[in-house]
Design a protein around this ligand. Structure first.
Ligand code: PMP
Length: 417
């Protein structure tokens, strides 16, 4: 694709698949992948992806700024990753036990992260955050866990953001604090008394629909101190930020090391894999918990993970996604100013979030993203997005050609400021 000229989006196939899905899947689709939570015009079903582009089932092509909500760190269909996965597939994936890739990948994790002395593998981010809590509770014999208000840590009963199907007992030992608010963190730790097992922190504040915030050094240091004082575990949820903020762990940027980190999304470039890394002091506790899954040690995802880490480290993926994100951010900033439609862009540039001023219902965001979509750019109106190694300067510039008329549409509909 060499330009982002406006395309008349066909959605006939998508509509047909949605109709079929509605009959056999409750609500047609569950969770964050349900396109019903996006403005009208967004596709629900996709046919393929390559590099930084995705094609929906109607054949519409988009420059992709979601990267499958994070996993495609190197871009879709990265040949070396797929080749490694296929080589393993030819040998076997789900066997009576793990393949040697299990050990090789664990070694790689331990080598690249200063606070990782051991690794446990799972499949999804929710598995990793949940296992982290279990390790912390097994190690401490305590129950209370501090979590930030509105932070997303997965979809199990202890953390799913929607209350249906959840009992108050599922959350009985959670105490809330406000991210980056030291006083609220201290109050929550006080409330835990001598029953504090862990403090859970996202790598940065990335709650849906509000400005993002990097952790302040004061907040991160205080979380560390409170855990040390109570003998509790500091858990960093790296599921979303992992490998886009800092190769060795996101809080290296603030000089604070967690005891446990939960990883998933990007670690195998789209193959299903999650991991918990931990410090030696928690190794014994990690041997005592019983946590497993039929597919958790599948060799294909681990082969993909090894190839992903090799490429990511050699290519300085963190530097690349930050540079591409900054190029996008600068372009968006200039366009927003020239159209008189101010936006706020917060958090790390590699995980961009674009929110319009005076837009509580995300109506401006909807017009903006739908207009960009019609011009072949897939963005999100209120969730952070993701850059990949496959995004080039040229791709960013093409995307900016689409966002300029999208800003014009916002100005035409809502006026200039
Ligand atoms: N933690 C964070 C910070 C996440 O962003 C997510 C997923 N968006 C999860 C945990 C849960 O991961 P998964 O959907 O793979 O279970």
């Amino acid at each position: 694709m060499s330009s982002v000229a406006s395309q008349a989006l066909s959605n006939r196939q998508d509509a047909a698949w949605r109709q079929r899905a509605a009959k056999v899947v409750p609500g047609g689709m569950t969770g964050h992948l349900n396109a019903a939570s996006l403005p009208a015009g967004y596709p629900q079903f996709f046919e393929r992806g390559e590099g930084c582009r995705v094609w929906d089932v109607d054949g519409n092509a988009y420059i992709d700024f979601m990267c499958s909500w994070g996993p495609n760190l190197l871009g879709h269909h990265r040949p070396e990753v797929d080749a490694a996965a296929q080589r393993q597939q030819a040998l076997g994936d789900c066997l009576n036990g793990p393949t040697p890739r299990f050990v090789e990948l664990a070694e790689r994790f331990v080598a690249r992260s200063a606070h990782a002395d051991w690794v446990l593998f799972q499949k999804n981010g929710t598995d990793a955050t949940t296992v982290s809590l279990m390790v912390a509770r097994a190690a401490t014999g305590k129950r209370k866990v501090l979590v930030a208000t509105k932070a997303y840590h997965g979809a199990d009963p202890w953390c799913t953001p929607v209350p249906a199907g959840v009992t108050s007992e599922d959350r009985a030992h959670l105490i809330q604090y406000t991210y980056n608010d030291v006083a609220s963190l201290e109050a929550a730790a006080d409330a835990a008394g001598n029953d504090l097992a862990a403090i859970v922190c996202a790598a940065f504040k990335h709650d849906l629909g509000i400005d993002q915030a990097l952790p302040t050094p004061e907040f991160a240091r205080r979380a560390r101190e409170l855990c040390d004082k109570a003998g509790a575990a500091l858990i960093l949820d790296e599921v979303r930020a992992g490998f886009r903020v800092h190769a060795g762990g996101s809080w290296e940027t603030v000089g604070v090391r967690p005891d446990l980190s939960a990883w998933s999304k990007s670690i195998a470039n789209g193959y299903a894999l999650a991991a918990v890394t931990g410090v030696d002091a928690l190794r014994e506790a990690a041997t005592r918990i019983y946590t497993t899954g039929s597919f958790w040690s599948g060799g294909v995802a681990m082969a993909a993970g090894l190839a992903t880490l090799e490429i990511a480290d050699a290519a300085d993926v963190v530097g690349h996604v930050q540079r591409m994100g900054q190029r996008l951010r600068d372009g968006i900033e200039a366009q927003a100013a020239s159209h008189g439609t101010p936006v706020r862009q917060t958090g790390p540039a590699a995980l961009p979030l674009i929110l319009f001023d005076d837009d509580p219902g995300f109506d401006k965001g909807a017009v903006f993203t739908v207009e960009a979509l019609r011009r072949g750019v897939y963005m999100h109106p209120k969730h952070n997005m993701f850059l990949s190694l496959a995004h080039t300067e040229h791709d960013i510039d093409l995307a900016l050609q689409a966002t300029d008329p999208a800003f014009a549409a916002v100005a035409a509909r809502f006026g200039r400021r």
